[in-house]
Every structure is written in structure tokens, then in C-alpha cells.
Design a protein around this ligand. Structure first.
Ligand code: AMP
Ligand code: MG
Length: 192
């Protein structure tokens, strides 16, 4: 049987990475070993090696053709890592660029990854704005709650098209303030 491939998405700052790390820890205790792959990290390795950027938050400002070229290389690399274990790919449904919403999983990337489930991690625009303001470790874009909510709406639209293209199911999981554990439980239910 093919190993499960789950893609976890969410706007920057919603806590997709945190939720995923916690779920993977919990599963390890039950003897289920997922490999976690961060799409942005693989892209950053490529972009840095070509001297295109100095930090990962500069990548979404590159011209779209460059982003797509690196994205495709990352998709290929990740698909090579997925042969021997169930995998969670930590990434984004769309990337907000100066040229508009860039699909995180265009069809040529989906063809490489062949996902079973696409998870969207969400919370309210207000909570995301506050989390971004509190995160000094990253160059998060500061935008209004309305714009954050538009981004989440576009992410839902894009995620469902990825489902239509691949047959993957699309699961929406909430990561509300002070309710991280509930989000982790929900994520666990689709990973098991
Ligand atoms: P992250 O650490 O998840 O915020 O990702 C860092 C950066 O990697 C993002 O701002 C994007 O520029 C890039 N990135 C991550 N996933 C994708 C993807 N699927 N397609 C294009 N760019 C991506
Ligand atoms: Mg993240």
C-alpha cells in the first residue's frame, strides 16, 4: 500500500507548523512515524544556493516565474523523499505575492506529490494578525484582518481545486487561541 501523503496548509502565522509538529510528536508515542517536510525550507535551500535571497520571507517577492521554477524543483525533491514513509508536507495553499495569489500546488507539483488529504489550518483574521505581530523571528507581512480573511478565502478555493485535480479530500481544522490541543486532536484524526 502507498504511504499516506498529507499536505498541511494555512496562512503565515496561523500555526500550521506548530500544529503539525505536535501531531507528529503524539503519533511517535504510538509508534506511527511520519516524516515532516517543509516546502518553504526546500525552496529556500535552492533559492539560497542561487544567491536569489538571504531569508525565506524574501522568496514570495521574487518574480513569479522564478518562484514557479524553484517550486517545481522543490516538488520534485520532496516526491523523492516520500517513498519510504508516510509524509506531511508543511506548505501554503496560495502564496500572497506582489503579482497576486500564486498557487502553492499547481498541477505539475500535485502530479509529483499525489496527496491523499489537504488540510487547511484556519482561525479568525484578528487572531492571525495578533500572532504575526508577536512573531519577531520572521518578516511577516502586516496586513488588515480583512485582507487576511480574503487570503483564507482564496486558500479554500485553491485547496478545493487541488482536491478536484487529485481526488484528495480537503479538511478544514481550526487553530483557535488557547485551543491548540483541539486542533492537534483533529489533525491526529486524519493522520491515523
Ligand atoms: P513558510 O516558512 O512556510 O512560511 O514558507 C516560506 C516561504 O516559502 C513562503 O513565503 C513562500 O515564499 C515559500 N513557499 C512555501 N511553500 C510554497 C509553495 N507550495 N509554493 C511556492 N512557494 C512556497
Ligand atoms: Mg509554517
Amino acid at each position: 500500500m502507498k504511504n499516506k501523503l498529507v499536505i498541511v496548509t494555512g496562512v503565515p502565522g496561523v500555526g500550521g507548523t506548530t500544529l503539525t509538529e505536535k501531531a507528529i510528536e503524539a503519533l511517535k508515542k504510538e509508534g506511527i512515524n511520519y516524516k515532516m517536510v517543509n516546502f518553504g525550507t526546500i525552496m529556500f535551500e535552492v533559492a539560497k544556493s542561487e544567491n536569489l535571497v538571504e531569508d525565506r520571507d524574501q522568496m514570495r517577492k521574487l518574480d513569479p516565474d522564478t518562484q514557479k521554477r524553484i517550486q517545481k524543483m522543490a516538488g520534485r525533491k520532496i516526491s523523492e523523499m516520500t517513498a519510504d514513509a508516510p509524509v506531511i508536507v508543511d506548505t501554503h495553499s496560495t502564496i500572497k505575492t506582489p503579482m497576486g495569489y500564486l498557487p502553492g500546488l499547481p498541477k505539475w507539483v500535485l502530479d509529483e506529490l499525489n496527496p491523499d488529504i489537504i488540510v487547511i489550518v484556519e482561525t479568525t483574521g484578528d487572531e492571525i494578525l495578533m500572532r504575526r505581530l508577536g512573531d519577531g523571528s520572521r518578516n511577516r507581512d502586516l496586513e488588515s484582518t480583512g485582507n487576511i480573511e480574503e487570503h483564507q478565502f482564496m486558500n479554500r478555493c485553491a485547496a478545493m481545486t487541488y482536491g478536484v485535480l487529485t481526488g484528495a479530500t480537503v479538511k478544514i481544522i481550526k487553530n483557535r487561541d488557547k485551543l491548540l490541543e483541539e486542533g492537534v486532536e483533529e489533525l491526529l484524526s486524519v493522520l491515523k
